[in-house]
Design a protein around this ligand. Structure first.
Ligand SMILES: C[S@@+](CC[C@H](N)C(=O)[O-])C[C@H]1O[C@@H](n2cnc3c(N)ncnc32)[C@H](O)[C@@H]1O
Length: 336
């Protein structure tokens, strides 16, 4: 495999992706303060590359035995290292182009594309750059910290009686230890975790690998999952994350006196412009794992939900099927 193939041919390169926002990207630049359009481009490109990477790793499993398919093992592959080191992001490169991963690709094709994706992510500044872009989107000038909406809801009568002396929270995908969840004074403790911590007050941890609570004191009254599910690369894993969240929530009481809630935020197009998903489907999935919506708010670009957990999990299955035939729709989906 030479790796010298024309763009648009060989190696599944490259075709235009339908992004969640439906916009095309331009070039990315580095720099401390990013313009809103640049932050959106960085976030979008990062999500595309992550999705591609996940598809490649899934396909690669068929070529390796389980132990050989470990990512760390693939990264030692000579072809991987050569492709990683030689890849340069083309000067004229549309950020909306993605690799086409299909069954025609051989093992070496897949390893080569994986190396190019990893190289592109590194050249673009890695997950840190993505997080900077996300954090800048959180500044008050840019519409701000999504957890303000949560605090506004928790201060309503509906929740006032559930806020006692010992109310705890877990924030999955935390970029700032100074956001409204942490500064509201509502919670006695807020455990903040992220795949890539940007602050000593944020624990570096993959929620999917966080040890399950051993007793009720290790469970939380509130879990925040804001703009995280759309970061998770596959619809199956998004469903798994939602189910896993239930294992970390305090047991609800019949009189509803205990807070056991989930704050969820998604980019609006996930529910407004997907071929495979919408708000009705989300609510069906949530209901099947015991969540009842208490608040919903649709902003221009983002949708917010607050759910109470009733502890009742049903044996329901939700697969990926077309719900809306939208030629410009995105492919966001959650399955269980
Ligand atoms: C777009 S940022 C959202 C940040 C913030 N919650 C907000 O609402 O703006 C997504 C963050 O989720 C984190 N993340 C994604 N999957 C995660 C996981 N499995 N465990 C912990 N953090 C995760 C990423 O590292 C990233 O920093």
């Amino acid at each position: 495999m030479t790796g010298k193939r024309k763009r648009g041919g060989g190696l599944g390169l490259l075709h235009h992706a339908k992004t969640i926002t439906g916009n095309n990207g331009g070039g990315l630049r580095t720099g401390k303060s990013l313009k809103p359009q640049q932050t959106r481009q960085i976030i979008r490109r990062f999500h595309q590359l992550q999705k591609n990477k996940h598809a490649i790793l899934t396909r690669l499993r068929q070529f390796y035995d389980i132990s050989g398919c470990k990512y760390e093992v693939i990264k030692q592959d000579k072809l991987y290292r050569e492709s990683f080191n030689s890849f340069k992001i083309p000067a004229k490169y549309c950020d909306n182009e993605i690799y086409k991963i299909d069954s025609t690709l051989s093992r070496s094709d897949l390893v080569e594309i994986l190396a190019k994706i990893d190289s592109e992510i590194e050249q673009r500044g890695g997950i840190e750059k993505y997080q900077t872009a996300s954090a800048q989107g959180q500044t008050s000038k840019r519409g701000g910290d999504s957890s303000k909406k949560l605090i506004e809801w928790l201060r309503t009568e509906k929740y006032a009686f559930k806020i006692g002396n010992d109310v705890t929270a877990l924030e999955i995908g935390c970029l700032s230890p100074r956001n409204a969840i942490s500064t509201s004074g509502i919670f006695t403790s807020v455990i903040k975790i992220d795949l890539n911590s940007q602050d000593p007050l944020i624990l570096q941890q993959d929620f999917m690998k966080r040890p399950l609570p051993k007793n009720k004191t290790e469970k939380f009254n509130l879990i925040s999952c804001s703009l995280v599910l759309n970061f998770v690369p596959s619809h199956e894993e998004r469903g798994k994350m939602l189910k896993r969240i239930t294992k970390f929530l305090k047991e609800p009481k019949d009189d509803n006196s205990i807070m056991s809630s989930l704050f969820l935020v998604l980019p609006l197009p996930c529910v407004s412009n997907s071929r495979y998903f919408d708000n009705t489907q989300l609510l069906k999935i949530m209901e099947s794992i015991g969540f009842e919506q208490t608040f919903y708010h649709e902003a221009k670009k983002v949708a917010y939900w607050l759910f109470d957990w009733n502890g009742k999990l049903k044996r329901a299955r939700f697969s990926k099927r077309e719900l809306h035939s939208r030629s410009n729709g995105n492919n966001f989906c959650i399955t269980i």
